[in-house]
Design a protein around this ligand. Structure first.
Ligand SMILES: Cc1cc2nc3c(=O)[nH]c(=O)nc-3n(C[C@H](O)[C@H](O)[C@H](O)COP(=O)(O)OP(=O)(O)OC[C@H]3O[C@@H](n4cnc5c(N)ncnc54)[C@H](O)[C@@H]3O)c2cc1C
Length: 394
């Protein structure tokens, strides 16, 4: 990847910055820098309206092929989009699960009918999706999924079981679910990937209030809930392949935008350090400088990782270190924020900058868990990256 921007890149960057400046104003002005991790309860309805505003400007699903309603942007252009979005204080995206996970999966594994029915609502910002993978005994070990599904005589599917940690299910319209369709099957075999409307009698959503005070995720209970016959993705029993294909896109190009959010948070830490006088403290200065350097390391690794991936489905070995690196970096930033705030960090605050740093600290405790825990990431690096023997499994 050539890192020197072309005149065309610069013009594109200016176009997005200008669009964001004009549109993230008026009724949407309160959304600036809001709705990110730990701040999910900030105006969800207004953020959905914002998704539709983005869609009207053609700024949803920017990396999807044009044939599927996207903008067909190159990796370089997507990076620019995500960076400028975050730089302008673009709010946490309500549609990221549909846009970033399900959409690319349907493009790769869905039927033409499924694409025609589900992709337009994602592009338009009118349909919101949740991810139903994890269960009480199947988080890191997804092959242990116990939620069952079976087919009725009319071809429809019924689902029974429980999912947990289901992000934004309480704000979503649909959920994709990994369930066991072959009784007695174990591990990766006999699993099916289903699309289900959340608003139906057999589904109960119970929000879980988190340490940060907000409800980001939920328990979701299925009691003979229905999925239509046409809403199985891939072949019944072959859900593992689809589920893993989806996970491969979980960390794609939007990571560059995430880094701009991190950069903003680091700026807040620096501001707080200046305000408290701790900017003169040698140890704090050292930690801030390390945080800044870490951000640069992340940026160049992300560019290196994306340079090898033209379709968003097959990131190379470079991607293996990314999750481990950013999640630990972010957790350290949360701790630094608390040390910089001192006693101010311990009490509820109306100051939005202080509140944001408190949220960073509390939510970043989860960064090393979701999307693959630290221990699992280290296993992946050892086995897939370094070719070490696979760990013994019981
Ligand atoms: C904020 C947040 C949002 C989430 N959103 C979603 C969502 O939308 N949809 C969804 O499906 N899930 C979601 N999750 C769930 C998330 O994917 C799981 O928490 C994660 O996969 C870990 O699984 P677990 O919590 O069951 O922990 P476990 O798998 O029970 O792990 C417990 C501990 O054991 C360690 N461990 C387990 N196996 C090994 C091993 N083989 N080697 C070494 N150590 C091991 C783990 O690293 C961890 O430290 C979310 C989680 C969080 C925190």
């Amino acid at each position: 990847m050539d890192l020197k921007p072309t005149a065309q890149d610069e013009a594109f960057r200016a176009e997005i910055a200008d669009w964001m400046h004009r549109h993230l104003s008026g009724e949407f002005a309160p959304l600036k820098y809001r709705g990110g991790p730990g701040d999910e309860e900030a105006w969800p309805e207004l953020r959905k309206a914002w998704e539709q505003e983005l869609a009207r400007g053609g700024w949803t699903c920017v990396g999807w092929p044009q044939a599927h309603g996207g903008r067909g942007l190159s990796i370089e252009q997507q990076v620019i989009f995500h960076e400028e979005y975050a730089r302008a204080g673009g709010p946490g995206r309500m549609g990221h699960i549909g846009e970033g996970l399900l959409g690319p999966t349907l493009i790769a594994y869905g039927t033409p009918d499924q694409r025609a029915r589900f992709l337009p609502g994602i592009v338009a910002g009118t349909t919101y999706w949740a991810q139903g993978y994890s269960e009480p005994s199947a988080g890191s070990d997804l092959a242990n999924v116990q939620t069952k599904c079976w087919q009725e005589a009319d071809g429809s599917w019924r689902v029974k079981g429980q999912k947990v940690w289901t992000s934004l299910a309480h704000e979503s319209d649909w959920i994709f679910v990994l369930a066991r369709s072959e009784p007695g099957s174990v591990g990766r075999h006999g699993l099916t990937f289903l699309l289900m409307p959340l608003d139906q009698p057999g589904i109960e959503i119970r929000p879980i209030r988190q340490l940060s005070g907000s409800c980001e995720f939920n328990e979701v209970f299925f009691d003979a809930a229905v999925a239509k016959a046409d809403d199985v993705v891939g072949a019944p029993g072959d859900g593992w392949k689809v589920a893993m294909g989806l996970l491969a896109v979980e960390r794609g190009v939007s990571t560059l935008g995430q880094q701009m959010h991190f950069a903003h948070e680091l700026e807040l830490v620096i501001k707080a350090a200046k305000a408290s006088g701790l900017a003169g403290d040698a140890l704090i200065r050292d930690r801030i400088a390390r945080a800044w350097s870490g951000l640069r390391v992340m940026r160049y690794n992300a560019l290196r990782m994306l340079a090898g991936d033209s379709h968003g489905m097959s990131l190379g070995r470079e991607a293996l270190i990314y999750k481990y690196y950013w999640s630990n970096w972010h957790r350290d930033l949360g701790e630094l924020a608390m040390d910089v705030l001192g006693p101010l960090g311990d009490v509820p605050s109306d100051d939005i900058d202080v509140l944001r740093l408190q949220q960073v600290y509390l939510f970043s405790r989860a960064d090393t868990i979701y999307g693959g825990t630290n221990e699992i990431q280290l296993n992946l690096i050892a086995e897939r990256g370094l070719g070490m023997p696979r760990e013994a499994r019981g």
